[in-house]
Design a protein. Structure first.
Length: 221
């Protein structure tokens, strides 16, 4: 007579070590059998991890979520080291790199709490540097909106550019004059259309653009 076979579940791995990660300040490596999780030191207590504790399904899930968030945070830090970012724009970049959206949100919150993400400051710096390179208010507004910067921050950053009409006109005139130098053999009407289109691409439109183009065309007449 055949005896019924019995199966035994393999025991859950037990946490054998918690140690600071030597390559990632503020992170802790948690080892259990052949698995290692690297999580933020602040998340160790939240997960309830300690040496000798068996890693059941609930703890494993918590550790994996914390590890995903730590990985996204480290990717965010590397991106910020290269250049400043708007929050939404950085989040998109992290998702494109394969990080889960939930982990990305945690990483962005950590960066914000550390003062590494500040959309208001980012918008001000963006406007100051790009306006100096000849970008007009309309182009600056489009660019900041595309990066997910809130309208209130955009409006505040652009306030001095929008109210400084004389400065904007001077910038438009300088750009138009430089571009006109490349259109010497183009008929007047075609030159006018091209100059207006060129200024529009750079964010200058309306009266400022028309006045600049008229001045340039009169000077070339």
């Amino acid at each position: 007579m055949l005896q019924p076979t019995t199966t035994t579940n393999s025991p859950s791995p037990v946490i054998t070590a918690l140690a600071p990660d030597p390559r990632r300040p503020g992170a802790v490596r948690i080892s259990a059998r052949d698995v290692t999780w690297t999580i933020a030191a602040a998340d160790v207590a939240a997960c309830g991890a300690r040496v000798g504790l068996a890693v059941d399904d609930a703890l494993r899930e918590a550790l994996e979520r914390a590890a995903d968030a730590e990985a996204a945070f480290r990717t965010a830090l590397r991106a910020i080291e290269q250049r400043s970012h708007a929050r939404t724009d950085l989040g998109r970049k992290l998702v494109k790199k394969g990080h889960a959206r939930s982990a990305v949100e945690v990483a962005l919150e950590r960066c914000t709490a550390l003062g590494l993400l500040d959309d208001a400051a980012y918008a001000r710096h963006f406007v100051e540097t790009r306006a100096a390179r000849g970008r007009g208010p309309a182009r600056l507004r489009r660019d900041l909106y595309a990066m997910g910067v809130a309208g209130t921050h955009v409006d505040a950053a652009l306030a001095h550019v929008q109210t400084d009409g004389e400065h904007a006109g001077e910038q438009a005139l300088a750009l138009a004059a430089r571009r006109a130098g490349q259109l010497g053999g183009v008929p007047r009407e075609a030159r006018k259309r091209r100059l207006l289109a060129f200024l529009a691409r750079r964010g200058y439109s309306g009266e400022a653009a028309r006045a600049a183009v008229q001045k340039v065309l009169r000077a070339a007449a």
